[in-house]
Design a protein around this ligand. Sequence first.
Ligand code: NAP
Ligand code: MG
Length: 483
Amino acid sequence: MAFSFDTKHIFVGGKWRAGESGRLIDLINPSTGEVLAQIAKGSALDIDAAVNAAQASLDGEWGEMTALERGRILRKMSDLTLERSKELAKMEALDVGKPFGQALTDAIAMARYFEFYAGACDKIHGSTIPFMNGFTVLTMREPHGVTGHIIPWNYPMQINGRSIGGALAMGNAAVLKPAEEACLTALALGEIASDAGLPAGALNIVPGIGAEAGAALSAHKGVNHISFTGSKAVGALIQKSAGEHVAPVTLELGGKSPQIVFEDADIDAAIPFLVNAGIQNAGQTCSASSRILVQRSIYDKVVKAMSERYEALIVGPALDDLNVGPMISARQKQIVEEFLQLAQADGLEIVARGKMADKLPDGGHYVLPTLFGNVPADHSLAQDEIFGPVQVVIAFEDEADALKIANGTSYGLVAGVWTKDGSRQMRMAKKLHVGQVFINNYGAGGGVELPFGGVKGSGHGREKGFEALYSFSVTKTIAIKHG
Ligand code: NAP
Ligand code: MG
């Protein structure tokens, strides 16, 4: 069944309507540079209406629902997402430039998040606590109330799935502010929720720019929790703004995630992961593995094998479903090109590059995937998040050296370790200062069930998996004196 929502509308209190100001933003197709659709430029008044609608749903039908009923609705949202996954994938490919196959993976992942959280709704239990004679003490998990969700453009469906799925599972009412550059599948979620029978106001969607609609959401006193996924700089602003009314925040920020390859590793198994984790979604991935640390004795071998893969990478329009699509925007392309210019100015060694497809549309935001070798660990390209299809290879001597380099950035999101030595696997896993460690793999296929989040500049709090349900709820302790 085709979607019928009007892209120019906001979704508030279960109804589609124009934003109060009537202002619109053009959505650009990154593969061509052409205008694809228009969306509403949501304002502080629209956010206020959405927060009020969310609160009304908590005071009404949504707030009355049992965990079982919430789970059944989420399950239906999962089924509808799967049924419409190809349409969602096409929408995402056009809107964010993601190769169709990768967009389809995201749609299926969104369905999987709703499925996981559907099943989890009625499995969060409280406890009883041994206490003084004459007392019974128990705890229960309660929703925060209204949750705000500020989402980036790189994986809209996956992040909406995990964030909205977790929040609704615990009985919160959500207000979603997608990134202005990637709104279509977020709006489609409103239609999926309605069709699944989600009560009006339990999910509200207001597109708009971050500095206006996003800032209004994080500052709104009626918002009881903020889940933010995006850059470190904006995450810091959100924490400050939510702090004004003492609302808790979960910050899922960026990374500079390493994969560390020891000389005893199964190199053939590692190579596809080393490259794919850098170029997937054109490197615009928070958990992109943008640093490859290789033990010096196998450095040449690994670089040669990675180079062969790089040289086979083809860049082109999202619907052609090649290896790498365009950057989301002209601005993002420029950011990546500035890193490439810096690399050139500093004489960094390019060891391999991909190729552009024949006859690319003129206005697309394409960048060639580039692999740099022998990059000093303290160089900007080895320290800063580039958010493009660029990887650096760094040689290391031994385990201590690998750890020092791996932990030596301001981020701490994910790390991969490739070694057959079981003791080393555990030593590395314990000493890496990150939120997720993958041994002899990377990413674990998305891992809907696996708690995810960072340390240091990569943020705090966890989403995904069962643990997210604790972030999306609070403990209430009840002490009963009965004598
Ligand atoms: P961003 O610029 O921080 O934007 C993220 C969201 O915040 C967008 O919806 C944006 O709205 C909004 N925003 C911007 N300024 C705001 C403000 N002053 N107040 C409230 N909201 C505001 O990040 P991005 O460029 O979209 O995404 C890339 C970054 O996200 C990277 O650093 C990446 O690593 C990180 N990321 C992290 C994860 C994770 O799970 N850890 C996942 C994906 C991405 P507009 O865009 O509409 O202005
Ligand atoms: Mg777009």
